[in-house]
Design a binder for this molecule. Structure first.
Ligand SMILES: [Zn+2]
Length: 372
């Protein structure tokens, strides 16, 4: 069999050329992807995001798919920060494919499309192609809640093809995001007319600092199978550009709390809610889906372990798997390294892109057998 690499590079290069950072529309890219999937039935989930931007998630299906493997990739990227190359101009150099999203995850998406469309004709395949993965997971949420195709053909397993160096990731953390808001009155700070919003926020921040330190100190709040074992509470404070001679009318604290399946997030959520109430702050809580995590001896994990000859791990980053794990057993496995993701001059090794094809195809063929 000839190498699939030229086909993967050609397709990935087309995908990279579309500017689909999460703040932009991905509709033109979705149209292009549909044109690359002849023979697939397509379900489009078009929507307008809260900023008024047109977005599309796609479900694609070939064959009688009940109990097949579904592959998932996201069409959006993070913004290109600090690049010296043109991020939308893909380049092959020194055995690597460069470009924004080459690793996270247009390279893996190209590989999985090539793998799916070159499966033997009697093998079913499903693709779950999302948007807004880097921000709100809105694409995956839509697919889970609205896709008729997914409901009619529940897959035996879902493979999220995030870059894992082709090692199976049997689980990762999920998160809860908090926004606490204190309101004041803006005035010249030399007068008595203002009300400084920070005065209400500061005692709340002090309580969040205590919570942060407790999470790092108490072993019963930690999961030793993850690195680091403690759940992170990342605290961001903002006065929205207020100058020092103005009493700030708005003070916000945004936080991301990451936790694994072994940790119950309710304990933390209740503490944040109580602290916000005590200090008279508005609080918005947004919980991601459940942390995906399959046991080491799960048949899907065992199959992926054998196919990659790499031992399964758990990871600290999040992905659409937190949404898809509610639908079917979900694993994360794809070419490329997270070490290159979200960085300038992002790349993926061509060797990994090529090696991913037989692994994806093996899983698509074998999973219905072990799960059936
Ligand atoms: Zn990604």
């Amino acid at each position: 069999m000839s190498s699939p690499l030229p086909e993967i590079i050609a397709l990935a290069s087309r995908l990279i050329a579309f500017d689909t950072r999460s703040s932009r529309s991905n509709r033109a890219l979705a149209d292009f992807v549909v044109s690359e999937l002849p023979g697939f039935a397509i379900e489009r989930l078009d929507f307008t995001d809260p900023d008024g931007i047109e977005k599309s998630a796609l479900v694609a299906l070939r064959g009688e798919a009940g109990g097949c493997l579904a592959f998932s990739a996201h069409m959006d990227t993070v913004p290109p920060v600090g690049w010296t190359r043109d991020p939308f101009r893909p380049a092959v150099q020194d055995g690597r494919l460069y470009g924004l999203g080459s690793c996270d995850m247009k390279g893996p998406m190209a590989a999985v499309i090539v793998a799916a469309r070159s499966l033997p004709a009697d093998r079913a395949a499903m693709l779950l192609l999302t948007c807004d993965e880097e921000t709100t997971k809105a694409g995956a949420r839509r697919i889970v809640s609205e896709s008729q195709m997914l409901k009619a053909h529940p897959p035996a397993g879902i493979l999220v093809v995030e870059p894992t160096d082709l090692r199976p990731l049997r689980g990762h953390r999920s998160d809860v995001q908090f926004t606490a808001t204190a309101r004041g009155v803006q005035a010249h700070s030399s007068t008595a007319d203002g009300l400084n919003a920070n005065i209400a926020l500061i005692p709340f921040l002090s309580e969040m600092r205590d919570l942060y330190l407790t999470l790092r100190a108490e072993p019963q709040l930690q999961d030793p199978s993850y690195a680091p074992p403690w759940c992170d509470l990342n605290i961001i404070v903002d006065n929205h550009g207020t100058a020092t001679n103005i009493t700030p009318p708005l003070a916000t604290c945004r936080m991301k709390f990451r936790y694994s399946k072994a940790i119950d997030p309710v304990w933390v959520i209740e503490r944040v809610e109580a602290a916000a109430l005590r200090n008279g702050l508005e609080l918005v809580v947004r919980q991601e889906g459940t942390p995906p995590e399959l046991p080491v001896d799960h048949p899907f994990v065992q199959l992926a372990t054998a196919a990659t000859a790499a031992s399964p791990k758990v990871g600290a980053f999040g992905s659409d798997a937190s949404q898809f794990a509610t639908v079917a057993p979900t694993l994360i496995l794809g070419p490329g390294s997270m070490e290159q993701a979200h960085k300038p001059e992002e790349f993926t090794d061509l060797e990994q892109l090529e090696r991913s094809i037989p692994i994806f195809q093996h899983l698509a063929v074998e999973l219905p057998l072990v799960e059936g």
